[in-house]
Ligand binder design. Structure first.
Ligand SMILES: *[C@@H]1O[C@H](CO)[C@@H](O)[C@H](O)[C@H]1NC(C)=O
Ligand SMILES: *[C@@H]1O[C@H](CO)[C@@H](O)[C@H](O)[C@H]1NC(C)=O
Length: 272
């Protein structure tokens, strides 16, 4: 969350990570290193002796190494009607799923227009939430974004570390919600909420629009942003029944390739 929520409504979502400075957890410090270090060794990277240590620390029992992220679907088919014209269709671009997977987590889709009790049951199966880009800023979609966000703040308030990534449209919606309802709350506490005005997931996974950079640095931005999100989700103490998680994973659905149009997303999951 930006430290001072404003009503600013960005007109464009930038794919170029020029706002990287907002996100000070990202670091390129290791980019030039020729020695590959385990993440746990990197703090000591200056010390030559630790560079050659092959010691791998034991897993931290306070962390959840099987985190699952809920991604909220967005109205439409994500392909301007090329894939589905169903009025109740919603979609998740597969790049968000790959982004989460690249950080070491699995995904449960939260289908925004399914019955609320089912949606909120699924919320109990995850360890973090990702709000995607898109265009919907009112109606049922907005209401659900807000209800889920309230629930997440409640979870954090009672000590369940529950991170949120809000990308592009998600950034705008949270800014609207926060500036209207939660100013004091958000300023009073430190929630694990990170909002992006740009698209950290696209660099590695979307190939249609020519403006998306695929340089090594750009790919590292995707990877670092994914790593940070999932490192936060590992702090969640939520340990839902494994079977229920499996039944709801996005692997129960198949993405559709729609990248041949040369625009939009490469692959989308559609829910009808
Ligand atoms: C949706 O409607 C448009 C316009 O009528 C049509 O061109 C397109 O083929 C339809 N999409 C599907 C998946 O049927
Ligand atoms: C969408 O509409 C179809 C047909 O009316 C229905 O079977 C399906 O359950 C609906 N899906 C959602 C998510 O509401």
């Amino acid at each position: 969350m930006p430290s001072s929520p404003t009503r600013r409504k960005p007109r464009n979502c930038l794919w170029i990570p020029i706002l990287l400075c907002l996100f000070n957890e990202l670091s390129f410090a290791e980019a030039e290193s020729s020695t590959i270090l385990l993440p746990s060794q990197q703090n000591n990277a200056d010390s030559v002796s630790t560079t050659f240590s092959a010691h791998c620390p034991a897993p931290d029992p306070s962390l959840n190494y099987r985190p699952v992220i809920g991604i909220l679907s967005h109205p439409g088919d994500g392909a301007s009607g090329r894939l589905s014209n169903a009025t109740n269709a919603s979609y998740i671009a597969a790049s968000y799923v790959k982004f989460v997977e690249s950080g070491g987590a699995r995904v449960i889709p939260l289908i925004f227009n399914e019955p609320e009790e089912i949606l909120f049951e699924k919320l109990e199966l995850v360890n973090g939430i990702l709000y995607t880009g898109g265009w919907a800023k009112n109606g049922l979609y907005y209401d659900i974004v807000e209800k889920i966000f309230k629930k997440i703040l409640e979870k954090n308030d009672v000590g369940d570390h529950f991170p949120v990534y809000a990308i592009c449209l998600g950034f705008e919606l949270l800014s609207m919600i926060v500036s209207e309802v939660y100013v004091s709350t958000v300023q009073a506490y430190n929630y694990p909420v990170t909002a992006f005005q740009w698209h950290p997931e696209k660099n590695a996974f979307e190939w249609g629009p020519k403006a998306i950079p695929h340089t090594e640095d750009a790919i590292r931005v995707t990877q670092q942003a994914a790593n940070f999100f999932i490192s936060e989700a590992r702090k969640s103490s939520n340990r839902p029944p494994a079977r229920k998680v499996l039944d709801n994973l996005i692997y129960n659905y198949s993405p559709t390739y729609c990248g041949k149009a040369g625009k939009g997303y490469d692959e989308v999951y559609i829910f009808t």
